[in-house]
Design a protein. Structure first.
Length: 288
């Protein structure tokens, strides 16, 4: 048997890993990056689009960028739905469902922009080294991670989960910040420095929360079924209430709650809830 024939046998018969054994048309990372670039330019045309505009041309530019993004996004959502829906659907049904998700996403773009502006302002307030909002938008890797997460979160919540995961992975690749699109994050969110931050699928983060590099909001354990397979979708990541600061290297695990207005010190390992207005440092934590 030749190598090509052997690989075909593996691919088609022996080790077929295609979804339901059939689906060949996967979402495209290249297309998603083009979509993200167009969306960033549409929401913040001066920062991610053109440097100069005639006063009446900005809306035309924004309209063109949105149209370009949504044209590509419809196809990517339709591809994603082949994996996201519990039962196979025909092309007409997938196309109709994709259009509904796309319309909802488009309607939410002004809301997403408002959230992102609150994030930029939180970064400017929270970092004494920042000299302008433009610096926050253009130079902070946490900014890109949060922008992409806001897009991914909307798509994930609407049911286009696979492309939301791909967007999160694109963000992680360029920023070293890993935010699952299932995580719910309130306004005025700031990641300072950023590299190594991990935020799990069921994490809930309130308003005006600040994280530093290498913070993990993870799971402590995974519930198993009798056959040993993992139960998926269970709440297993922390809840971070409003006005919390978590310093570099802190690891917070399990479905615990960090009360509002708390400060979690650097390199703390935390698996128990703490009340509001707590100030937790390594020396204070002793588990038996």
């Amino acid at each position: 048997m030749g190598v090509v024939e052997g690989l075909r046998t593996s691919r088609e018969i022996t080790h077929n890993i295609r979804h339901r054994g059939l689906v060949r048309e996967l979402p495209s990372r290249t297309s998603l990056q083009l979509i993200l670039d167009a969306l960033c330019a549409a929401l913040f045309p001066t920062h991610f689009g053109q440097a100069l505009f005639a006063e009446m041309a900005i809306d035309d530019y924004v309209a063109e960028r949105i149209a370009s993004a949504l044209h590509l996004l419809h196809d990517q959502i339709q591809r994603s739905l082949q994996f996201d829906l519990p039962e196979p659907r025909n092309d007409a049904e997938l196309k109709q469902r994709a259009k509904l998700i796309l319309d909802e996403f488009e309607d939410q773009l002004p809301v997403i922009r408002g959230l992102l502006v609150s994030d930029f302002q939180a970064a400017y307030r929270g970092d004494p080294a920042a000299e302008s909002i433009a610096e926050i938008v253009l130079c902070y890797r946490g900014t890109i991670a949060i922008i992409y997460h806001r897009f991914a979160r909307q798509l994930y919540a609407s049911g286009a989960r696979l492309i939301a995961r791909l967007i999160a992975d694109i963000a992680q690749e360029s920023t070293a910040i890993d935010i699952h699109p299932g995580a719910r994050i309130g306004e005025s969110f700031f990641i300072d420095h950023g590299a190594g931050v991990v935020i799990g699928q069921t994490a809930v983060i309130g308003r005006n929360v600040r994280l530093y590099q290498a913070v993990t909001l993870g799971a402590k354990r995974f519930e198993e079924r009798p056959d040993g397979s993992l139960v998926k979708g269970q709440p297993r990541h922390p809840v971070i209430e409003d006005n919390v600061v978590i310093y570099a290297g802190a690891t917070i695990l399990g479905r615990i709650t960090i009360g509002h207005d708390s400060v979690i010190g650097g390199n703390v390992w935390l698996t128990q809830s703490v009340p509001p207005h707590s100030n937790i440092t390594q020396a204070q934590i002793q588990y038996t």
